[in-house]
Design a protein around this ligand. Structure first.
Ligand code: N01
Length: 550
């Protein structure tokens, strides 16, 4: 690498899990590196999403780094699904344990990034208009970090409190005895509603589309703590009987199962089709998965994601559950989705449907009674005025591209990323886009990303990027750019594999449907994590085939 004291080797934008691991790797590689983070501390999505009930719906023993066996050994998760405060504590522990903080500029926001072609560096500008030069840039900016705040008429006139689940305050929000309205019924709302209902006087849930959710069956993790068991079992994901020590004893094979999977998670697999078994057997399998809890429900049969008839058997099972769990049949009907299960990301809950049996909750169906406007006192729909003390927007994010577009990124020949991607995010392997040399995205569009266990996907991306930088150093290269052909082929492949997948069968943030004017393309790569990794490895083995190196 050419050494110039005024030019960083690498700038990493973001200090969430992707940014922290990138920084760890950069320090290990002895690079002159700085991480820039707009928040006042590490954690990324877990720094911002601190709404009541926030927790990860991937098992904590899997939603954790594997790059350090010491870290993996010493950290003790307390619950099957970690809460947001515990995950944030973990991110802080990682930052301290690996001495990462001194390379992070907090409270700093990058506003623009321009590639200076003749000098072969990126020129970044922060919110204070300070300039930073760097050879390489890693966008560890997260997939769900730009809020979707719908432009409700007169929202600014509301005199009560307004919060967004994706940017919840650091102080405790007092909802005791308040009348609260929550807009949206996606994963965030599904976690939040059963928590806040315990405090509020009355909760109005404004629902546009019902969401499928399955019970988490969360529980404290079981520790042997010195007690002996005769033989350490080979762990399978989502086995509620396992002791943590059993997972740790076999952690490498447990992690390998995730590496070889579609979703970067060790899930119990059933290779049968839902259509090849008897009705009794099918119900038994669904019931078993429902009782054990969590995302393995959608892996109950191998064809639920591809075959609509098979998918309908699972959807019907959940619809019947809703009917049996929600006492008011009209409310149950409104909560029942009519699209394929798993199209919108399956939510995982604790007592979501049961919450609707309480006396202090009302469900408003925005399909038949849409929001007209806000007033100083609350929300008016076409049929009624709701006086509210607090409004919670659980309206999601401008996913995958929103945060990249918030930075004015300009590549070669004055091309802006926003313009280049105006018809959808085109790049190679979700790692780099033609025209934007030496700039990598971690878990960006075009990679399995949000369809997988994010920490595993992040580690794979970061490892690939640092192997690439090392290859460049060893081969005296200082310029890498995805070729147009390679990214066209990858984009085409991505769209092709998504056509028959259930994920593309309804309007969701995966296809940008939640943001007005956004291009409608299936953004994450749906071909499966292990296949994707194979492709990435093949590219690096073949001297970064599909990239132009100079
Ligand atoms: O956001 P969402 P989220 N008027 O976009 C509604 C991750 N996550 O924050 O479906 C009225 O899913 C919208 O309605 P509709 C996870 O990947 C993970 O809940 O568009 N309503 C929908 O109901 C997840 O998928 C965890 O018709 C409006 C809701 O708002 C992702 O974050 C936990 C509206 C938005 O749902 C996003 O989840 C939580 C409008 N104008 C989240 N605009 C884990 O456990 C939007 N809505 C790891």
């Amino acid at each position: 690498m050419i050494k110039d004291k005024n030019i960083y080797d690498l700038v990493i934008i973001g200090a969430g899990f992707a940014g922290l691991y990138s920084l760890y790797k950069a320090k290990l590689a002895n690079l002159n590196v700085i991480t820039i983070e707009r928040a006042s501390n590490v954690g990324g999505t877990w720094y911002w999403n601190r709404y009541p009930g926030a927790r990860c719906d991937v098992e904590s023993m899997q939603y954790s780094y594997q790059f350090s066996s010491e870290l993996q050994e010493e950290w003790e998760w307390t619950e099957k699904y970690a809460t947001q405060p515990e995950i944030l504590k973990y991110a802080n522990h990682v930052a301290d344990r690996f001495n990462l903080r001194k390379n992070i500029n907090f409270n700093t926001e990058i506003k623009s990034a321009k590639f200076i072609t003749d000098k072969n560096y990126w020129l970044l500008t922060n919110h204070k208009k300070e300039l930073i030069k760097t050879r390489f840039c890693i966008m560890a900016t997260g997939c769900l970090s730009t809020l979707n705040k719908p432009n409700f008429k007169n929202i600014e006139s509301f005199k009560g409190e307004i919060y967004h689940t994706g940017s919840w305050p650091h102080h405790k929000v007092n909802l005791k005895n308040k009348i609260v309205g929550i807009i949206g019924t996606g994963s965030s709302a599904i976690q939040c509603i059963p928590e806040i209902i315990k405090d509020v006087k009355q909760l109005y849930v404004f629902q546009r589309t019902p969401h499928y959710t399955v019970p988490a069956r969360n529980a404290p993790l079981k520790y042997l703590k010195g007690k002996n068991i005769s033989n350490m079992r080979e762990p399978i994901g989502y086995d509620n009987d396992l002791f943590v020590e059993e997972v740790k004893y076999n952690y490498s094979s447990f992690r390998l199962k995730a590496q070889n999977s579609v979703a970067a998670m060790a899930l119990p697999i059933n290779n049968q089709s839902a259509l090849e078994v008897s009705e009794d057997r099918r119900q038994h399998v669904f019931e078993d998965r429902w009782n054990k809890g969590g995302v393995p429900f959608i892996a109950a049969f191998e064809d639920l994601n591809f075959n609509r008839e098979a998918n309908e058997t699972a959807a019907k099972f959940v619809r019947n559950k809703i009917k049996s769990l929600v006492k008011d049949s009209n409310v149950a009907k409104l909560l029942t989705p009519n699209y394929p299960i798993g199209c919108k990301r399956l939510a995982v809950d604790s007592n979501y449907y049961e919450t609707y049996n309480r006396s202090n909750i009302s469900l408003i169906d925005l399909k038949t009674d849409p929001i007209k406007e806000f007033s100083k006192d609350g929300i008016s729909t076409s049929k009624k005025c709701f006086e509210l003390d607090v409004v919670i927007l659980a309206t999601g994010f401008d996913a995958m591209t929103g945060t990249l577009f918030n930075i004015d990124i300009e590549g070669k020949d004055n091309i802006k990323l926003k313009d280049k991607w105006s018809n959808g995010p085109k790049n190679y392997l979700g790692l780099a886009s033609s025209g934007f040399p030496n700039l990598f995205t971690v878990s960006g569009p075009g990679s399995p990303s949000v369809l997988t266990n994010m920490i595993v996907s992040i580690e794979q991306h970061v490892n690939w990027i640092f192997d690439c930088i090392k290859y460049m150093q060893n081969n005296d290269k200082s310029f890498i750019e995805a070729s147009l052909n390679a990214e066209d082929d990858w984009f085409k492949h991505n769209q092709e594999v998504s056509i028959d997948h259930v994920r593309s069968s309804c309007s969701s943030w995966y296809i940008g449907a939640n943001i007005k004017g956004k291009a409608k393309n299936f953004m994450p790569y749906v071909g499966g994590y292990s296949k994707y990794v194979e492709k990435c490895n093949e590219v690096s083995k073949n001297d970064y085939e599909g990239f132009i190196l100079k």
